[in-house]
Design a protein around this ligand. Structure first.
Ligand SMILES: *[C@@H]1O[C@H](CO)[C@@H](O)[C@H](O)[C@H]1NC(C)=O
Ligand SMILES: *[C@@H]1O[C@H](CO)[C@@H](O)[C@H](O)[C@H]1NC(C)=O
Ligand SMILES: *[C@@H]1O[C@H](CO)[C@@H](O)[C@H](O)[C@H]1NC(C)=O
Ligand SMILES: *[C@@H]1O[C@H](CO)[C@@H](O)[C@H](O)[C@H]1NC(C)=O
Ligand SMILES: *[C@@H]1O[C@H](CO)[C@@H](O)[C@H](O)[C@H]1NC(C)=O
Length: 617
């Protein structure tokens, strides 16, 4: 009795805390909203904004987007709204979580707003094509995350600030078409790839650090600036004639790749954009941050850009992502993992869209075959199959773009680090994951007249869809990739005995792999794991041996044993798993039958698993 009371008090406390947290976050969003309203109400604009105080700011307000949780405004994009006059003080400067600000192509005047100093997370700042005047801010170190700064086509005066050197993340700096004077300071900006200081009143000589840029970026200043020889550094990435740029690509991308691999996710942040930048030809359009024209129309297939069509990102129908290759090039990215067929990155675009980009290695088919396979894969629209959003093919690069799943893969949920804020996977969740994944694979098997093979079924390719059912990613790649012999390492645990290399995968071997996933869900163990005695155990063999000797509950994940009344289902699921991993491929059930078996575990309740309560201890 006492214990229950204690629990109740504890729960009440916890709920109170949760509510309090939510309230705090909501009030932050509320103050962001007020800041925006203050901005719009105090700065005349000739095009109207649909900023209705009663509509949801994160979804319905033109030009505004929020973080994933919908707690803070992180992006404000208002190009070409006809804003005129100075930015009212204490408005935008209050959006302390802001990462992207684009007010380009308006008629804003006055000086650079002092209170922007509070925007510590600012990463992209576009103020070009306005009438800003006065000096540049003195201390740029306030914006340590700044990656792109475009203040061109304004009337800024005074000198270029030495403090720009503190912007270690800066990749693009455009101060062209202002009235900046004095000498150019020696800017130490190792990541800078794009620079334009032309059409100002600059004098003196180009400092050493910037001599790697071509003279064209200093045109329209004092003639003396053009008296230098471009230093041939391997890092010359500023626009040049194309021939020389392309020649450098091979070597550079290798180095960059090395950086990515060595530095992992930390260095990767800048590395990816950089890497892609050097690998691909740049497109010249500048409607990147235009919320009004930048969107892909539904049904439109591809955005074309390059003169030779070599930098097309092909989107699938119904995909309304508003980005193109250019945005992808500028995205910051981190390495998510290296898989059988390549490396996956999480890329965060300027407009805060997050996607997963897979960079395939060893594609062994030509463009046509690749495209055909992508169209096949991208044509699969199913709630349990991760949707391929776009792909890219050039001689040197093959990319695939997928949605990003915030909860991570099943593998990380089951085998990742325990503790902190990790939600335990109860039996209900596991059943939903299994059922979803089974349906997804079954759907893949229907494709191409029932001949498509997934070829890479493993728990790190299973994610959760919004309803928390399993969702399979990466189908159909084996067919376009060079063969990979049975890996010695982790994926080996999934390999059906008859499969000797990845190109030989069949639907029956997919079923085998799915059986291994069921075993992972049931036992909580990795497909290959070591025991206390450092003996390497193959999950399938281990389960077989335990089950053969004598039926015990020993196989099941300890975490599951605290739930009551699920033993029967555990046993049933184990039988399904064992049926999937039988040695003889032709004896395995078809994927569609596996779906039925799982659904039939709970006759009468349809496909929706009913919640079972955690056991009272
Ligand atoms: C927000 O926008 C959606 C879709 O554009 C619309 O259906 C909805 O009514 C809007 N909500 C409000 C409160 O304006
Ligand atoms: C800035 O960004 C970081 C990382 O995304 C976040 O943790 C932090 O809360 C942000 N700062 C503000 C003031 O929102
Ligand atoms: C800004 O930079 C800090 C330190 O480098 C980092 O911790 C933070 O996550 C960054 N914020 C964003 C929004 O990237
Ligand atoms: C900055 O603005 C100029 C003028 O519109 C444009 O040509 C340039 O591409 C922009 N630079 C960046 C880095 O966005
Ligand atoms: C630099 O800016 C000027 C003025 O906008 C433009 O004419 C020129 O093409 C730009 N140069 C480079 C190399 O981007």
């Amino acid at each position: 009795m006492k214990r229950q009371l204690g629990l109740a008090v504890f729960m009440a406390g916890a709920i109170f805390l949760v509510l309090k947290c939510n309230a705090a976050e909501k009030s932050l969003l509320e103050s962001d909203k007020q800041a925006l309203l203050d901005f719009a109400n105090n700065l005349p604009h000739s095009r109207s904004l649909n900023w209705d105080a009663n509509s949801p700011i994160c979804h319905n307000w033109t030009g505004i987007s929020c973080d994933d949780e919908g707690n803070r405004v992180i992006s404000v994009r208002l190009p070409g709204i006809g804003l005129h006059g100075p930015i009212p003080a204490n408005t935008l400067g209050r959006l302390s979580a802001l990462r992207i600000l684009s007010l380009r192509s308006n008629a804003i005047d006055g000086s650079f707003p002092l209170d922007f100093g509070g925007l510590k997370n600012l990463t992209f700042l576009y103020l070009h094509y306005n009438r800003f005047s006065g000096p540049l801010p003195l201390d740029f170190s306030l914006w340590r995350n700044l990656t792109v700064l475009n203040l061109s086509h304004n009337a800024f005066t005074g000198t270029i600030r030495t403090s720009l050197s503190s912007l270690s993340q800066l990749t693009a700096l455009n101060l062209a078409k202002n009235s900046l004077s004095g000498e150019i300071p020696d800017l130490n900006l190792p990541n800078l790839q794009q620079l334009n200081l032309s059409d100002n009143d600059l004098v003196g000589s180009v400092p050493r650090s910037l001599k790697r840029f071509p003279k064209s970026v200093f045109l329209g200043n004092d003639q003396s600036l053009l008296d230098y020889t471009v230093t041939s550094s391997p890092l010359v990435l500023a626009p040049r004639d194309q021939g020389s740029r392309i020649k450098n690509v091979g070597k550079l991308s290798q180095n960059a790749m090395l950086g990515l691999v060595v530095g992992g996710s930390v260095v990767g942040l800048v590395g990816f954009g950089f890497l892609l930048f050097v690998c691909l030809l740049r497109r010249k359009a500048d409607n990147d941050d235009d919320v009004f024209t930048g969107k892909l129309e539904k049904g439109e297939r591809a955005i074309s850009g390059g003169e030779d069509g070599s930098d097309k990102l092909a989107f699938f129908e119904g995909c309304n992502y508003a980005f193109d290759l250019e945005d992808l090039l500028r995205a910051s990215a981190e390495v998510l993992g290296k898989g059988t067929f390549g490396t996956a990155y999480r890329a965060i675009m300027e407009n805060a869209t997050t996607v997963v980009v897979k960079r395939l290695k060893d594609v062994n088919v030509g463009k046509r075959d690749f495209e055909q396979q992508m169209e096949l894969i991208g044509g699969i629209k199913h709630e349990n199959v991760a949707e391929l959003r776009a792909y890219y093919y050039s001689k040197d690069e093959k990319l695939m773009v997928y949605d990003y799943y915030t909860q991570g893969s099943l593998s990380s949920m089951l085998h990742g680090k325990r503790g902190e804020n990790k939600t335990p996977l109860d039996w209900e969740r596991r059943v939903k994951i299994a059922l979803g994944a089974a349906r997804g694979i079954a759907r893949v098997h229907e494709e191409n007249n029932g001949k498509l093979v997934h070829g890479n079924v493993k728990s790190s390719n299973i994610f959760l869809n919004p309803q928390n059912y399993g969702c399979v990613s990466d189908p159909g790649l084996a067919a376009v990739m060079s063969s990979v012999p049975p890996p010695v390492a982790r994926a080996a645990g999934y390999c059906a005995p008859e499969v000797t290399d990845t190109r030989k995968a069949t639907q029956a071997s997919d079923v085998y792999c799915f059986g291994v996933i069921l075993l992972e869900l049931l036992t909580g163990k990795s497909p290959i794991h070591t025991t206390n005695g450092d003996e390497i155990l193959h999950l399938v063999r281990w389960v077989h041996s335990v089950v053969r000797e004598e039926w015990t509950a020993e196989v099941f994940d300890l975490e599951l044993l605290k739930y009551l009344n699920i033993e029967e289902e555990l046993v049933e699921m184990l039988q399904i798993a064992i049926a999937c991993v039988v040695r003889m491929a032709e004896q395995r059930p078809k994927m569609s039958q596996v779906v039925k078996m799982i659904e039939n575990m709970r006759p009468g309740e349809g496909s929706i698993p009913m919640p079972s309560s955690p056991g009272v201890v």
